[in-house]
Design a protein. Sequence first.
Length: 123
Amino acid sequence: MKVTLPKDYKEIFTLAQLEAAKQVIAHEKDNDEETPAGWAKMAIAEEGSYPEKILEATATICRNCRIWNQYTDDSRDLDVWIEATAKTSEGFMEIGAYLTDIWQSGATPYKNQMYIVKYTKTK
């Protein structure tokens, strides 16, 4: 999967964290065949909606205080933030979720850790 650094990464990461972020990016490129859109569909399903079409999806390196070394032996608190805009069964949705949470789909609920904005049709 293609994962990018945030635009302001120089303000977010130390040099040591930047090296670890590059390792996570390489790990995801080599080991994750799923796309950001595929992961976003799983997150939308966790929220309780049916994803009809993913309009845009991105994967960006971020920090997550709830994890430690989930990607490599030295990835520390680094995670991948999946962000998407989608047409759903109920309207449109903007969603964001940590990839390590999405990995837990079906086993551990993580809806409370997600960023969710819903746009619904009114009559």
